[in-house]
Design a protein around this ligand. Sequence first.
Ligand code: ATP
Length: 203
Amino acid sequence: PRFTVGLTGGIGSGKSTVADLFAARGVSVVDTDQIAHRLTAPGGAAMADIVAQFGPEYADAAGALDRARMRQLVFADAGAKARLEAILHPRIRAETEAATAAASGCYVMLAIPLLVESGTWRARVSRVLAVDCPETVQIARVMARNKLPEAQVRAIMAAQATRQARLDAADDVIVNDAGLAALTPQIDRLHQLYLTFSNGTAT
Ligand code: ATP
């Protein structure tokens, strides 16, 4: 089977930034968040089931998922969250498998924001790579990027695994608490390591 690296990290930790740097080294990256967005875009493969299950008010005028409305619902209603996941997860899994099978390169990186929270994803990947930074840095980045108040960023973080839980689950950690230049040597080292593993020459 293909060697797969599961890339994870809390909101604003720098997953996309790190994924782009691996991609620049020729690594195929499969982004489960992008897959989820495609499934819930206008005409997306999950939209008919979502509308049938939750009602047409959960689609916007263009036919895409009304994310704000759905977020409110699943935040307050665990049963609704489970029903949404029952629609989305099998499709995300299937598309991830198809993209992984079609990918070129020695190994494939699967970007999975909630990897640590999901036993199925953890079992799927050969290795877990966590992007880590202090929570204060996460909060500052997301406030700046999404123009969100601090309390809202903290609420999102509270619904994710803790920093320590991610570190405990990780085989490898990228420290992303400084500028972009500090990432380069870490990514070069890990890329070499993963090439070694995927060639089966590691001990
Ligand atoms: P999300 O979980 O919200 O999708 P993410 O983990 O993918 O976030 P990024 O989008 O990569 O995180 O980074 C969050 C923000 O912080 C972005 O605006 C990004 O440009 C910035 N950022 C990330 N790493 C660095 C860094 N080392 N130096 C400066 N800015 C950074």
